[in-house]
Write a protein that binds this ligand. Structure first.
Ligand code: DAH
Length: 342
């Protein structure tokens, strides 16, 4: 009997200690199972009362029940305390955390470069024009003196939406669209996205930005073109930038040329951006072929003009030293967010 009572006392002390020490509701539930559960020592003691000699049963029984009741009360108390604590804590807000900056958009590098280029041409009297991205084969090829069976059409053979409708492969069709609706003189720049059956690699993208330019009037010659483009290049890339025209071929210009600028990164010494040559090609250009004037109803005996088309991505890569064109077209905000805020 003395053992029985001593056991009880030990359980009462240990139990109330464990209840007080429980710092969370989950832990308190574990404590409850440990001290009052079916396998708990106290439960066993209560069960063993009937095995005691009859004269001890009453005292043992009532003492064991008292301990059980006391522990139950303590558990309830502690449960109430812990739930109150939790409520006081409220939602998990850490007022010491720095504020979250509000997300602000940035202009895409191609947009920045496009705006700058169109801004320079605006000073020279060029206005912006736009045209559709889903273009008819007439405007994309035929009006530009490129028969559909011409190898130049093959080279750009691309995303057809219909037998006669294609995602435009260049911004040049807008030349024809504008000339059809406007009498000379015409001076336009045409920014826009174009589509090609090109791989997506470090220097190609299947959809990319171009700017087309067109100037038509009486008496325009190659000298005016060179002067205009030279002015643009020095304004955009810097006074010390050299230019170089190379003969080329486009069905819609005659003569045709490609324009290189001295590499803005290595200043002509040769680096990976210019593949060691010191020059970077930035546009195709030429004097508008009289056949194009005939196609849009301009008098090709009276008018002359020049046209050019440049790749905005390549120019943005030079301006911002971007090593891979895919960075421009993957839409990763960690990259794009580095450019000037809108
Ligand atoms: N449209 C040509 C291209 O995408 C670029 C071009 C070349 C445009 C010569 C022109 C031009 O206006 O005269 O490859």
């Amino acid at each position: 009997m003395r053992d029985f009572l001593a056991d009880l006392q030990r359980l009462e002390e240990a139990g109330s200690g464990a209840i007080r020490a429980a710092a969370a509701i989950d832990r308190l539930e574990e404590v409850r199972v440990e001290i009052l559960g079916r396998k708990a020592r106290l439960t066993q003691l209560l069960r063993s009362v009937r095995d005691l000699p009859p004269e001890h049963r009453r005292t043992a029984g009532s003492e064991a029940n008292r301990v059980k009741q006391r522990l139950q009360e303590l558990l309830e108390q502690r449960t109430a305390e812990l739930t109150a604590d939790q409520k006081e804590e409220g939602p998990e807000v850490d007022l010491t955390l720095p504020g979250r900056p509000r997300w602000r958009g940035a202009r895409h590098p191609c947009t920045l470069v496009t705006d700058e280029i169109c801004g320079i041409f605006k000073e020279l009297g060029f206005v912006r024009a736009r045209g559709p991205e889903a273009e008819t084969t007439w405007y994309n090829f035929t009006a530009l003196n490129t028969p559909l069976d011409h190898p130049a059409a093959d080279e750009q053979d691309t995303f057809y939406l219909d037998a006669d409708v294609v995602l435009r492969t260049h911004t040049s069709p807008v030349q024809a669209r504008v000339m059809e609706k406007t009498k000379p003189p015409v001076r336009i720049v045409v920014p826009g996205v174009v589509y090609r059956r090109d791989p997506f690699d470090a220097s190609h993208a299947p959809a990319f930005d171009q700017i087309e330019g067109l100037a038509v009037d009486e008496g325009i010659n190659f000298v005016e073109f060179k002067a205009t483009i030279g002015y643009f290049v020095r304004r955009f890339f810097g006074e010390d930038t050299a230019t170089r025209f190379r003969p080329s071929f486009f069905p819609f210009t005659e003569p045709s040329a490609e324009l290189d600028v001295s590499c803005a990164i290595c200043h002509g010494e040769g680096c990976s951006a210019c593949k060691g040559t010191g020059w970077v090609e930035i546009m195709g250009a030429g004097m508008v072929d009289p056949a194009v004037f005939d196609n849009v109803g301009y008098d090709s005996e009276r008018y002359t003009g020049y046209a050019f088309g440049m790749g905005v991505g390549r120019i943005a890569m030079l301006r911002y030293r971007i090593p891979d064109i895919r960075l421009l077209y993957e839409g990763d905000v960690r990259f794009l967010g580095q450019f000037a805020r809108a």
